[in-house]
Structures are given as structure tokens and as C-alpha cells.
Design a protein around this ligand. Structure first.
Ligand SMILES: [Zn+2]
Length: 207
């Protein structure tokens, strides 16, 4: 048993990364070492503690023969549980959809707002965002194919509507919540996905 150590650290200091949990070990085994154990982000607020945080720099996807890296730009801090859902979605759906629609590999997801200690829609009151616990991710676009033939598909532009519609539909299956353009003004330029716990385990909010 580990004894609690007295500490002079201020309460907001990051907790040093320790040995990986079984979740992180499984994630790294499947998706590579660019899923890194993260120091726990400082959380002044109890509502903003990220359980088992990882920094996802890139996800290795595919089988032995066609293994490749998909970058998250910029890298995102997520709870390991959320990172696992994102990784599975990218591997089983986003990458194959990119291949199917464009005949090219998915290179990167342009993302934002992994862990952020804030309330929903950046409001001053109201419920905490799932971002506060690293259980949400905002996806702004997809980089497909290598330069000079790189295709950049942005969620805001609505270009490639068939591809974006398929992505969004798949996200509704993979995540508890999916919001995007048309949901409300706060989501006009990105897909918000999260793993918010709902009353029913199969409950989904897809808009
Ligand atoms: Zn969001």
C-alpha cells in the first residue's frame, strides 16, 4: 500500500504521471506510444478532475499491413475512457470512410477542446461541460491524403456533405452525445462528441 505523503505542493500543481493504468496500457498496445500518459491537469474545481488522463498525439490504426498514424491536431488531453472511444471510432469508421470516399488515407483530425474546465457552451452558470472531465472532444475537420494532394474537409464549410453526413451519423452511434452544425449556434463549426453518462446505457443525444 502506498502511504499518503505530506506535500508542500500548491493544490493546483499537476500530479506527476504514474505508471499507466490498465486502460492506458490497453490503449497504447492497440494504438501506439503517441497516446501518452498525461500529468493530471491542475483542477481547482472538483468538477474538473480528469480520470486517467492521456495526451493523444496520434493514434495508430489499421492492421499489421496497413498500419498508419492519424494525428490529433493539436494533441488533446482526454480521459482514457474517452480516448478509447475516440480511437475506436477513428479506426473502425473515420479512417475507412475517408478511404471509401476519397481513396486516400486519413492523416489527421483537427480538434479542439479536449480537457477544459468550463461550463456548457462557455456559460457563466448551468451544468459543467463534459470537457471539464476530459470526456468530450470537438472535431473541426479532417486532413486526408498526403501533400501535395492533401484534402482538407472542414465541418464548418459543409463541403463534402456526403462524407460529413456519414461521419456525423457514425458519431451518433459511437458517442453518447453528438452535436454539430444546425444543432445550435455554439456548434456551427465543429462536431462535439462526448461520453456523458445517461439514465439509459443506450441513451443517445444526436442532433
Ligand atoms: Zn465541445
Amino acid at each position: 500500500m502506498l502511504k499518503a505523503q505530506p506535500s508542500d505542493e500548491p493544490p493546483t500543481a499537476p500530479v506527476p504521471a504514474s505508471s499507466p493504468s490498465s486502460c492506458v496500457a490497453a490503449l497504447q498496445l492497440r494504438h501506439g506510444a503517441d497516446v501518452r500518459v498525461s500529468a493530471r491537469p491542475p483542477a481547482a474545481d472538483e468538477a474538473c478532475v480528469v480520470v486517467d488522463p492521456v495526451e493523444v498525439v496520434a493514434l495508430a490504426v489499421g492492421g499489421d499491413r496497413d498500419r498508419r498514424r492519424v494525428l490529433l491536431q493539436p494533441p488533446a488531453i482526454l480521459s482514457c475512457e474517452m480516448a478509447s472511444v475516440v480511437a475506436q471510432w477513428v479506426e473502425t469508421t473515420v479512417h475507412p470512410l475517408a478511404k471509401g470516399h476519397f481513396g486516400r488515407d486519413l492523416v489527421a483530425l483537427r480538434v479542439g477542446g479536449g480537457h477544459e474546465c468550463r461550463r456548457r457552451n462557455r456559460g457563466a452558470g448551468g451544468p459543467m461541460s463534459e470537457h471539464a472531465k476530459g470526456r468530450a472532444l470537438d472535431v473541426f475537420g479532417f486532413e486526408i491524403g498526403e501533400a501535395p494532394d492533401r484534402l482538407s474537409v472542414s465541418v464548418r464549410s459543409g463541403d463534402q456533405p456526403n462524407f460529413l453526413a456519414a461521419i456525423r451519423q457514425s458519431a451518433c452511434g459511437a458517442f453518447a452525445t453528438t452535436l454539430g452544425p444546425g444543432s445550435d449556434a455554439a456548434h456551427a463549426d465543429h462536431l462535439h462528441v462526448d461520453i456523458k453518462a445517461r439514465n439509459s446505457p443506450t441513451g443517445r443525444f444526436c442532433q
